[in-house]
Design a protein around this ligand. Sequence first.
Ligand SMILES: *[C@@H]1O[C@H](CO)[C@@H](O)[C@H](O)[C@H]1NC(C)=O
Length: 366
Amino acid sequence: MDGAAWRADTEDLVRFALSVYRRSRVSFALHLHERLVPLVVLLFSVFSIALLSAPLRRKTPVEGSKEAIHSALPALLRFICPSGRSVWPPSYAALAKRASKSKKKLFVLPVDLLLHDILLSNVELRNAPEVLPALFRAPLAVGHYQLSLQVSKGLRAAAVRWFLSSQMLNVFYQPAPLSARIFEPEKHLPPPTPSRHPSLELTLDSVRSAHVESWIRALKNTCEKGETVAIHFTTLNPSVHLWSKELVLCAVPFLPRRYQGKDKKRTSNAATRTSAPLATPVHRILELLTSGNSGLDVISLNNISADYLAGLNHHAQNVEDNRNLRTTMIDDIGLEGWREERLMFSWEAGLYAANLLTRWVIMLRK
Ligand SMILES: *[C@@H]1O[C@H](CO)[C@@H](O)[C@H](O)[C@H]1NC(C)=O
């Protein structure tokens, strides 16, 4: 009984509510135009005032960023350009804005950003053989601006890790000098002393500091009387301080590649290069090679930086122009990997050209 009564009550309530709602709608509709007209007028005037005053208020910042983009970004064009779309990624417009506001007109370009955008083909390097070495040495004057590379904490940490880890002893190390590969660009170099073709050409690039001595011992045992050996290695300019920005720039091409391709264990020279030669001065390497009763005589020591950097630049160009080589590389390490490899050849060449690195070849005879 109670349930039925309650049901009747709710039905009444609903009916009542509906009728109130309908009545209120009618009255609202009746007075709608009276209420709406002044509202529309008010809104329209507020909107038009805002519209008219906007250019006055916004003038300064718009001019500021336009000026930045028109003066700072073209300066950057001497070094890099946006690829394909010919539109700068937003981060560069932001950097340009900051540069135009800075007192010294310093355009600070983070190395990480640069590497990332080159690998993804957002930007491209221009005149790498000319501009990279200049930029490695000091801020580069471009128009009214000074272009400078900036090293991030992350990159510095990666360089330090690489530097320290290749100083450490590897307990699994097997000195096998005969397997030490000669770097691709060096294969095209003329032999250091034309009259004497070395029977062995080796490089210290992939030998850890702690193993240089055992490597040399193994080499002595491998050589036969009368044989000539050429050993290639790179040293750091003594003026480069430990943990300086220059040292990090020098480390960039030696760090493990971001793109390792399908074959992770790719015995790429780049993937296995250590900091040992960089951390060992020339005289120390000479000492190590000739110490004790080694039975190895030094015939010559030559600075081959000029030829070596020409070889690197040639290789960077060849990787781009030679269709077969390009296809093989892209199949192996992907498009980004190929771009990375090409960039690192140019980068390393730039370091020799900037005289931050020196390439040597030492000729020895047993
Ligand atoms: C090595 O050769 C390069 C190029 O010829 C030269 O600029 C550089 O000063 C030389 N370095 C040393 C340490 O002799």
